[in-house]
Design a protein around this ligand. Structure first.
Ligand SMILES: [Zn+2]
Length: 222
């Protein structure tokens, strides 16, 4: 079951523990000094370490369904993690990263009949209402989902700004918060631009060509 994971670990170990100044041993010796805390979804396709090709030590990783941030409550995993990262480790950058085709957002928009999930994702129902009024009643369901994904990042940004450690760091002008969407099908990263009030593509790569998609698809099934 875990064979492929262990193969990957061997490759990682071969790279990170060898060489003149092995990266991991240096990080253990000198300690970590990450520049970011990235809050992302639990989705297996939107793993920030993978899609940002980040080195060990680059960022604190926090994951939650849909990257949804609840209003502040003391004693939660998120509150403690933020406090550690921002107060103790003085991380200057906080990134909230949602993604397209997010199952948590779909569960929210489609009012999933599973109390264990709906009681959490409903934290973002204001984002859903905002999205509904932005896209209008004639919009397709997919358009509503895409807008809800973006509005959820915005609501989470507002909520995270109310956590005491974040509020304090913002007031001392030593923390920047960015809102991102990983556009999975297009291979783009969108960032919320406060000046324009919209998510904008900050990558400017061409989307993967359809022939490439076809080949990749054929490979999997061939
Ligand atoms: Zn997701």
């Amino acid at each position: 079951m875990t064979e492929r994971l262990l193969e990957g670990f061997k490759r990682f170990r071969g790279e990170a523990y060898k060489g003149v100044d092995p990266e991991m041993l240096r990080l253990v010796r000198e300690g970590q000094k990450p520049e970011h805390l990235i809050m992302s979804c639990i989705d297996s396709r939107a793993n920030p370490a993978k899609i940002l090709d980040a080195d060990s030590g680059a960022f604190f990783a926090f994951k939650a369904m849909g990257a949804i941030v609840r209003p502040h409550q003391s004693g939660t995993n998120l509150s403690a993690s933020l406090h550690y990262a921002i107060e103790h480790m003085k991380v200057p950058s906080l990134v909230l990263m949602g993604h397209t085709h997010c199952g948590a957002i779909k569960a929210l928009a489609e009012d999933i009949d599973d109390p264990e999930i709906s009681s959490f994702v409903s934290v973002a129902r204001l984002a859903l209402h905002n999205a509904q009024s932005i896209v209008g009643v004639n919009a397709s369901h997919e358009a509503l989902l895409r807008e809800t994904e973006q509005q959820t990042v915005l609501q989470s940004m507002r909520n995270i700004g109310q956590y005491p450690s974040v509020k304090k760091a913002l007031s001392e002008d030593r923390l920047k918060i960015k809102g991102w969407i990983f556009d999975m099908e297009g291979g783009n990263l969108l960032e919320f631009n406060e000046a324009s009030g919209a998510f904008e593509n900050i990558t400017h790569f061409d989307p993967p060509s359809s022939s490439h998609d076809h080949d990749a698809h054929g490979c999997h099934h061939g």
